[in-house]
Write a protein that binds this ligand. Structure first.
Ligand SMILES: [Zn+2]
Length: 406
């Protein structure tokens, strides 16, 4: 049985750091329960361990996988992250009583959520080891939520550990003051070969499919697995990569923009509709919808407020899902123009999209390196514009026109 770090693809340095930290955390726990004369000699308990960490790296590099694996190693009864004991197992399956995971549904993590979390994180760990809070997408903390978190990190309860995940430690992602209190674990974009190997080993995917998917996903492990397994994900990618061929005029550019936006909306709707309905009916059941007894009218007034809150959260999540879907499409498209650029420069690197390499080659001849670069930049500018809240349709239309004109 592989240990908890086995799924961290191509991150040997980070895994080393985390293993050492887990070992010294275990030594710390022993030191606090065993009287000093009986302690095994050697090693400074606590060196290498700290109470706040930031995992950084590009999307798909495994930030949250790393945070969860580290949490499991801290809760492991052997202190190693064996992958087999109840501590490891419950942490990885998300049922450990002392591990809390925050995954923002919407565009940001609000202050109320953070305050409640910080309060619970201050309690004594029921399993006797560590109280752990994992915050995925810590770059989506609102300023007020960031301040609430900072307070907790500045005066941490003795057994509480915060694990934050963010794209980078740039001040746009993580406030400088939070950053200064945390140890940073940088993850890199894993190589296509490393991603392919894990798809074969862990997911039993055929080697040729794994290689193709790993290259097409540009180092994003989860995306590579989806491409290898999900025919709909492959179809959506095919549709995106058909865009460069379809750009034959102004009208076609606007059509392509509409198609891209609508595809992202459809993909997002498919991913959130089911969970939205489950939440709604769970809340209605909890509120006793349809009750006729005394107090039912008052309960229904409160219920209306809660339903409204839920709808607000769901709307915010839907927006996020649409942006994520659109961003994936833009990354695929950027890969195509990157291929055209490297071919125009005759750079000795493998194409991202092997299945559209011929088309990228034709583009390279027609546009030359300069034209390919301008088009690649248009795609990247579109991503950046959406990131700073330009309306997606406007950004995508501008991009399609730039891709057509060159
Ligand atoms: Zn274990």
């Amino acid at each position: 049985m592989p240990d908890v770090f086995a799924d961290l693809v191509g991150q040997d340095e980070a895994v080393d750091t985390l293993r050492r930290a887990a070992a010294s955390a275990a030594a710390l726990l022993r030191a606090s329960t065993v009287p000093a004369p009986d302690r095994p000699a050697g090693g400074d308990p606590g060196a290498g361990m700290t109470h706040a960490w930031i995992f950084t790296g590009p999307p798909g590099s495994g930030r949250s996988v790393a945070a969860r694996a580290f949490a499991a190693a801290l809760q492991c009864v052997h202190g190693t992250g064996c992958g087999e004991c109840p501590g490891c197992h419950t942490t990885l399956t998300g049922t450990h009583a002392d591990v809390r995971l925050v995954v923002p549904d919407g565009l940001s993590i609000g202050v109320n959520e953070m305050r409640a979390l910080v309060l619970r994180a201050a309690s004594t760990p029921s399993g006797g080891r560590w109280q752990i809070v994992i915050i995925e997408d810590a770059d989506r903390l609102t300023e007020a939520a960031g301040n609430a978190l900072l307070k907790a990190i500045e005066e941490p309860p003795p057994r509480t550990v915060f694990l934050l995940c963010a794209p980078s430690t740039h001040p746009d992602d993580i406030s400088v003051t939070i950053r200064s209190r945390c140890r940073v674990v940088p993850l890199r974009q894993p190589s296509a070969a490393a991603v392919a190997a894990v798809l074969v080993r862990r997911d039993g995917i055929a080697p040729d499919v794994a290689e193709w998917a790993a290259a097409a996903a540009q180092g994003h492990v989860g995306r590579a697995r989806r491409l290898a397994r999900d025919p709909e994900a492959r179809q959506r990618r095919d549709a995106v990569l058909a865009v460069p061929r379809r750009l034959t005029g102004v009208g076609a550019a606007f059509d392509a923009a509409s198609a891209l936006i609508e595809a992202a909306e459809a993909e997002a709707a498919a991913s959130v509709t089911e969970i939205d309905e489950t939440e709604r009916s769970a809340l209605q059941t909890a509120l006793g919808a349809g009750g006729t007894g005394r107090g039912a009218a008052g309960a229904m007034r409160g219920a209306a407020g809660q339903l409204k809150d839920l709808e607000k959260r769901q709307k915010s999540r839907a927006t996020r899902a649409q942006r994520d879907a659109l961003d994936r499409a833009l990354v695929d498209l950027a890969g195509f123009y990157r291929d055209a650029l490297t071919m125009a420069l005759r750079a000795p690197v493998a194409p991202v999209h092997t299945d559209t390499a011929a088309l990228a080659g034709a583009g390279a001849q027609k546009w030359d390196a300069e034209g390919a670069l301008r088009r690649l930049e248009a795609v990247l500018e579109c991503r950046a514009a959406i990131e700073v809240n330009v309306k997606p349709r406007i950004a995508v239309e501008a991009m399609m026109l730039a891709l057509w004109k060159g």
